[in-house]
Ligand binder design. Structure first.
Ligand code: CTP
Ligand code: MG
Length: 230
């Protein structure tokens, strides 16, 4: 098994509102993307491809390990992952048979989660996502914001990354996705192609950094909690 990770890092981070692309924002002194890449390598991924904003290639190259490949991303996350997938066909690199797709915006994903995703694919799953239960009461509202009904929570899950795929499954799914179609994650692209997606346990530490408060929490996880060791 040769597993390559595509890290989607080409977003601007408009909701975070920092002075640089979100993936380059420091967490305890190191850019988010560096934390994310380390977690993937520690979890058993052999090679990492990072998709970046085209104008920021040099800034990413300056902070990432030399072995990490840097690829221009696109205007949307879907386009960025497509660009990362295309780079996997470069004959200069060993052919991957497993692909993980991860958000740079999830810097503290524990290596254990990466290992669980890889193990599920190694055991034969074509696609797998890390998930967590929904802990809040969850309701449906009408157009006026009035609660219509409570949603049974037991079968609901929150989906995280890294998401793992047999490479041929992910390539076929993206090839079948109409140009311009935007789905929120890669498992949705694969499901749209009719392939079963399995789940493994996610981790609260994989939380996505979206707004400034999320960065505060991630900083606390590193400096106070002590459960993040890398
Ligand atoms: N991403 C990407 N290419 C894009 C847009 C997003 O690679 N054109 C990546 C982001 O860099 C991020 C991940 O997809 O790691 C999840 O996206 P999100 O959290 O929405 O990040 P941004 O799009 O950068 O943030 P915002 O939506 O607040 O602008
Ligand atoms: Mg976004």
């Amino acid at each position: 098994m040769h597993a390559v990770a595509i890290v989607a890092a080409a977003g601007s981070g408009s909701r975070l509102g920092a002075d640089r692309p979100k993936a380059l924002v420091p967490l305890a002194g190191r850019p988010l993307v560096c934390w994310a890449v380390d977690g993937l390598l520690d979890g058993g991924v052999a090679e990492v491809v990072v998709t970046v904003p085209a104008a920021e290639r040099e800034a990413f190259a300056a902070v990432l390990p030399a072995a990490v490949r840097i690829v221009d991303g696109g205007a949307t996350r879907t386009a960025s992952v497509r660009a990362g997938l295309a780079a996997l066909s470069d004959p200069a690199h060993p052919a991957a048979d497993v692909v993980l797709v991860h958000d740079a915006a999830r810097p503290l994903t524990p290596p254990d989660v990466v290992a669980r995703v890889l193990a599920a694919i190694a055991a034969g799953a074509p696609a797998v996502v890390p998930v967590l239960p929904v802990v809040d009461t969850t309701v449906l509202v009408d157009d006026d914001g009035a609660v219509v009904d409570a949603v049974p929570r037991a079968p609901l899950r929150r989906v995280q990354t890294p998401q793992g795929f047999a490479r041929d499954v992910l390539e076929r799914a993206y090839a079948a996705l109409p140009e311009g179609a935007e789905l929120t994650d890669d498992a949705a692209v694969v499901r749209a192609s009719g392939v079963r997606v399995d789940t493994v346990a996610g981790d609260e530490r994989s939380a996505k950094v979206t707004v400034p408060h999320d960065l505060t929490l991630a900083g606390l996880a590193v400096t106070v909690d002590g459960t993040v060791t890398r």
